[in-house]
Design a binder for this molecule. Structure first.
Ligand SMILES: C=CC1=C(C)c2cc3[nH]c(cc4nc(cc5[nH]c(cc1n2)c(C)c5CCC(=O)O)C(CCC(=O)O)=C4C)c(C)c3C=C
Ligand SMILES: [Fe+2]
Ligand SMILES: [Fe+2]
Length: 363
């Protein structure tokens, strides 16, 4: 059978609305074998590494997967907690809080779940569970505020690959970005203000985003533009002048040029320019993860202090903070508009089952 129908389908099953939040994904353990599996899946995605396939296959399997898993495992072991990878824990918490709030309003008619683009829980496995649960309308929210083909479009690819094998597709909505969504800007502003009220404010606020190769920007990816927009709106909301903040790009991979200015080079240079006290926040990361905890709060803190910096404050990601969940809940609510969140009543379900029986269908 080319297209898979729902298994164990019941005509009386109430039809539900599914809300799927996703993030990038993380290895199962901070070990070289787990990193090898994770990096192989991640770095084989043509949305992430846009290189001629055969050449990249040779480089990935011949060089990168022989060296990087051990190095990355060492980095992950610095951030790993008793409950597991920070990215997975924060995403699970975000999901749980959204579920509580949305089910308080809509009861069991909404199902809220999370999945990871790479690693587990995989998008395919969670979509299968949602279909089994009777989800006939599906809203997907990848937790990437700024659109990039390497993240947002890659998530869409994974969903569409799953749909490609299915017989019965749900109504479908996909939030491809929210870089200027006022409640998101407001959530970050309040979070930063609260942090500054407790710990004081540095002379400059560094807004560091994950980078992508500059080539992707030149080929039309809106990511760079969206990062600058988020920064501008956040700075305006915080009342910051042009000299009070900076947008930088972190997490370079490989030898080609990535979006500039680079976070590490910027932080190494700031003390010489007289900026010795900074706050760093990463607006593009909905949850703390390796790239914020190890790369920013550990590695880049070290660069800044070694270059003569005196005060470095990392402001944590929004994670499962109430202000963040408020913003995500509003974003979800707005994107659910026009969908009735009530499932058909008992009578409608009985009638439907009788009609199906009359037509000779299984129950
Ligand atoms: C190889 C190219 C990469 C591109 C392009 C890229 C884009 C990109 N990534 C994120 C968010 C995250 N990336 C994370 C880890 C990570 N990223 C890359 C490479 C690229 N990312 C690698 C190889 C890794 C793994 C770690 C390592 O070996 O260095 C993470 C953290 C995951 C975790 O488990 O904590 C996030 C989140 C965005 C938003 C983005 C493009 C905009
Ligand atoms: Fe990345
Ligand atoms: Fe990194």
């Amino acid at each position: 059978m080319r297209y898979q129908g729902p298994t164990g389908f019941k005509h009386q099953q109430p039809q539900k609305t599914g809300i799927l939040i996703t993030n990038l994904g993380t290895p199962d353990a901070p070990t070289a074998p787990a990193l090898r599996r994770y990096l192989k899946e991640f770095l084989s995605d043509p949305r992430v590494v846009e290189f001629p396939r055969l050449l990249w296959w040779l480089v990935l399997n011949g060089i990168i997967l022989r060296i990087r898993p051990r190095r990355s495992a060492a980095a992950y072991s610095k951030v790993w907690t008793a409950e597991g990878s920070p990215l997975l824990i924060h995403t699970a918490n975000q999901c749980e809080m959204l579920r509580e709030r949305l089910q308080a309003r809509y009861g069991d008619n909404v199902v809220v779940a999370f999945a990871m683009r790479y690693g587990s829980p995989s998008i395919a496995s969670v979509l299968e569970q949602l279909q089994q649960a009777g989800v006939r309308k599906l809203l997907v929210l990848p937790l990437y505020p700024q659109y990039s083909a390497s993240t947002s479009a890659s998530t869409f690819d994974a969903i569409s690959a799953d749909f490609n094998r299915r017989r019965w597709l749900p109504d479908f909505r996909f939030i491809s970005h929210y870089p200027d969504y006022p409640p998101y800007i407001e959530a970050m502003a309040r979070h930063i203000e609260a942090h500054r009220a407790r710990h004081g404010a540095g002379d400059k606020l560094i807004l560091s985003y994950h980078g992508v190769p500059k080539r992707y920007l030149l080929n039309g990816d809106p990511y760079h533009c969206e990062c600058l927009k988020t920064s501008r709106l956040l700075a305006e909301r915080l009342g910051l002048g042009e000299n009070d903040y900076m947008t930088t790009f972190q997490s370079r991979f490989g030898r080609e040029e990535w979006l500039r200015p680079y976070t590490d080079e910027t932080l190494k240079a700031l003390p010489d320019k007289g900026v010795k006290s900074i706050d760093v926040f990463c607006p593009g990361f909905a949850a703390d993860c390796l790239e914020t905890i190890e790369e920013i709060d550990q590695e880049n803190r070290g660069y800044f202090m070694a270059a003569g910096g005196e005060r470095f404050q990392y402001i944590p990601a929004l994670n499962a903070e109430d202000v963040h969940i408020d913003a995500l809940e509003q974003l979800i609510e707005e994107n659910l508009k026009g969908w009735s969140l009530r499932s058909p009543g008992a009578k409608a379900l009985r009638d439907r089952a009788q009609r199906a029986k009359a037509l000779g269908a299984a129950e």
